[in-house]
Design a protein around this ligand. Sequence first.
Ligand SMILES: Nc1ncnc2c1ncn2[C@@H]1O[C@H](COP(=O)(O)OP(=O)(O)OP(=O)(O)O)[C@@H](O)[C@H]1O
Length: 268
Amino acid sequence: MRPLGLNIRDLVIDYPARRGGAKTRAVDGVNLRLDRGEFVGIVGESGSGKSSIANAIMGLASVTSGEISLGDTDLTALRGKRARHARRALQLVMQDPFEALDPHLSVLRLVEEPLIVHKMGRSKQERRSRVREALEQVGLSPAEDFEGRRPHELSGGQRQRVCVAAALIVNPDVVIADEPVSMLDVSVRAGVLHMLDASRRRGNAVLMITHDLPTAAAFCDRLIVMHQGRIVEEGPSLRVVQDPSHQYTRELLDATPALGAHSPSAGS
Ligand SMILES: Nc1ncnc2c1ncn2[C@@H]1O[C@H](COP(=O)(O)OP(=O)(O)OP(=O)(O)O)[C@@H](O)[C@H]1O
């Protein structure tokens, strides 16, 4: 098995001030480790810095200080081609599948694109057969019915499946899923989450960002709770939801009736 750890040390992310205002410290000294075969959830309210971490991992947000490394490679020290090459092992599934997908491209091209970018697949034929396989894997079956469609010819759930297929086709070591199911109907949520879980079972690592504690608790091995740019609690999912040690986690749980052991209605 390839040795891998996504290791974040003392991460700080500041966004510059606008029009004389103060800068925003979105992430304030975060340490986080993600190993192969782990499905880890980052939960926390809106604005707590979750997406900033995902974006920094993907090279889409600048890091003010700290280190993000994959195995022995410090991603924050790399630029340009070398950074892109190192991040081959990482794939992002975004919240809004409509925004993430080029409306002019067919499903076939959208899912093939990462293979072309990463120079994977020896021939067009080989790439296309991998695309079909990936589409079948995410339940867009038979693939022939979907590959010619453009994003507007798909439902929201199908678009999200296309995003997951495009992310998983390069067999990434790490999948970063930022609110992967928040726009989806409950009926298709489980399908997408099971796909991420299947990727984890193949030995990859999955980091899911969400403000949905019940979903995170159901699928993740470990939960990280963020509040105002800091990690306030982390531990095995069951322990975090059954025996939270931080007041903020208790507040999050209380806001979730199904899990709110501390809510006034719990047990009644
Ligand atoms: N590009 C940006 N420029 C300036 N400020 C930003 C930028 N992106 C995020 N922020 C600010 O950084 C803070 C953290 O935002 P972030 O998106 O990381 O939080 P989040 O926990 O992912 O929130 P949500 O659940 O709403 O997506 C917020 O105060 C936000 O307004």
